[in-house]
Design a protein around this ligand. Structure first.
Ligand code: ZN
Length: 474
């Protein structure tokens, strides 16, 4: 077995920062020792990485991505190959992608399809959640089977997108009851899609067709209402663990906080776009440019009475928000976002960001919104625990997979299509952002995949992770 040593760095975990050296044996972390402890081993190590002045953190885990998602007559523009290379560039060593069951398809076919897309393509490890697009006897049976035999232990439902992914309250309740019985997690896109569709039709009838109306027809009230309803249904279904995805609104967050205050297994994630981007600077740009930032839930105004951005940062500190993911769902402007020229409701929904989460959230550390430990907790450790991958993933500790990022706090990262940009998109949602900190070296299961500003990994290195039940429940 080959040995790798990471020397002189500061290892960050949710519980602290300490000077330590890391010894890797093959694909696994063999030991974490006080500085100098492995000096004798250094001459026999195949790879020695000097992390002087740098942080050594667990590889990032992005638990919400959509590679090759079919949406609105097109497909998300990153394949598993391009998307996982971009993820590696961003210090991400595991993604959990959303396998899709479309209405009329069987769940098993949907999952098999996702395995076909990803198998042999990925630069880093990957797991799947399963989207249930049609709740019926067969799909409920499949949920149980996937949980027990396929390493897919979380299921995503939609209160939005009627006619596409939407489930009504009765269907949601049934799926929640099944998940409750087999110990699985329910993930929820919480927006009242029936009401939104009325507002969209009314806006279009008034001739309001520009991208800005995407946000105006999805008010935060309808995110908060759906979040509340999901929480109630989860209780009625036997207290099934509930995880609300891509939370964008302060008023929705209050619903999560209230449920958590009651001791419920109710969790939520947010994404960098909701923390850093405002509707004024994006969707409200003149002409069609705002289409770049059409995603659901929508970007919001920081001046709103619910102080969305401020409250999301606070929620992250207070563990009302447990995780930061990206909801990575890239579409190019050309031929894809352009499908919605003259009708905002036809713009494919999604923003690409899998490459930038670690650096954008580190900027929260620099600006004093988040501690260094909390950065690692929300981006690396809790994602592993929430979705049944701990302690194999999410921590720099003996026995864990050697998924490690060496992070340089003294350098900067400039984001933009002509700067750092490896996603398969013809624009960047964060064009011109200059953030402190930089991915220095990335290891995936002991193999260096990013070093010296180059991708040195290999297609097919990434393996499918069979996940266990959530390890985060009270
Ligand atoms: Zn999503």
């Amino acid at each position: 077995m080959s040995h790798t040593l990471i020397l002189n760095g500061r290892v960050v975990s949710p519980t602290g920062v300490e000077a330590a050296d890391v010894l890797i044996d093959g694909e696994t972390i063999a030991a974490v020792g006080t500085p100098g402890f492995f000096t004798e081993a250094a001459p026999t190590a195949e790879v020695v990485i000097d992390a002087t002045g740098k942080y050594v953190i667990p590889g990032g885990i992005d638990v919400h991505t959509h590679m090759e998602l079919p949406f609105g007559g097109t497909f998300a523009s990153d394949t598993f190959e391009t998307g996982t290379v971009a993820a590696a560039w961003g210090g991400v060593t595991t993604i959990v992608d959303m396998a899709v069951q479309r209405t009329g398809e069987s769940v098993q076919e949907g999952l098999a399809d996702w395995h076909r897309k990803a198998d042999g393509e990925c630069a880093i490890d990957y797991g799947f959640h399963q989207i249930i697009g049609g709740v019926d006897d067969e799909s409920l049976k499949a949920m149980r089977y996937l949980t027990e035999h396929e390493g897919v232990t979380s299921f995503k439902l939609f209160m939005a997108y009627p006619g596409v992914f939407y489930s009504d309250d009765g269907q949601i309740l049934r799926a929640m009851q099944t998940a409750s019985e087999c110990g699985a997690m329910i993930m929820m896109h919480a927006e009242n899609g029936i009401a939104i569709d009325v507002l969209v039709a009314q806006a279009l009838a008034r001739g309001e067709t520009d991208p800005r109306y995407h946000a105006e027809t999805r008010p935060s009230d309808l995110e908060a209402e759906a979040t509340h309803r999901a929480i109630v249904l989860a209780k009625v279904a036997g207290n099934v663990p509930l995880y609300v995805v891509h939370m964008s609104a302060g008023d929705a967050l209050e619903e999560i906080a209230a449920a958590r205050h009651m001791g419920r297994n109710v969790f939520a994630e947010t994404c960098p776009q909701y923390l850093w981007l405002t509707v004024e600077e994006t969707l409200q740009r003149p002409g069609f440019e705002g289409a770049k930032w059409v995603c659901s839930t929508p970007l919001r105004s920081p001046d709103d009475e619910h102080r969305h951005h401020e409250n999301l940062w606070k929620g992250l500190r207070m563990n009302e928000l447990a995780i930061v993911s990206t909801d990575h769902c890239p579409f190019c402007m050309k031929d894809q976002k352009e499908l919605g020229l003259g009708d905002f409701s036809k713009i494919p929904n999604g923003i690409g960001g899998v490459e930038h989460r670690m650096e954008l959230l580190y900027q929260g550390v620099v600006s004093g919104q988040l501690s260094l430990e909390r950065w690692v907790e929300t981006c690396c450790t809790t994602p592993a625990r929430m979705f049944g991958m701990y302690p194999r993933k999410g921590i720099v500790a003996p026995g864990a997979d050697a998924d490690i990022v060496v992070w340089d706090p003294d350098r900067q990262t400039t984001i933009g299509v002509n700067d750092k940009h490896h996603m398969n998109m013809d624009y960047s949602a964060y064009e011109g952002f200059v953030v402190d900190g930089k991915v220095d070296t990335v290891l995936s299961r002991g193999t260096v995949v990013i070093a010296d500003d180059a991708y040195v990994g290999r297609k097919g290195h990434g393996r499918f992770i069979e996940r266990e039940l959530s390890q985060y429940l009270v």
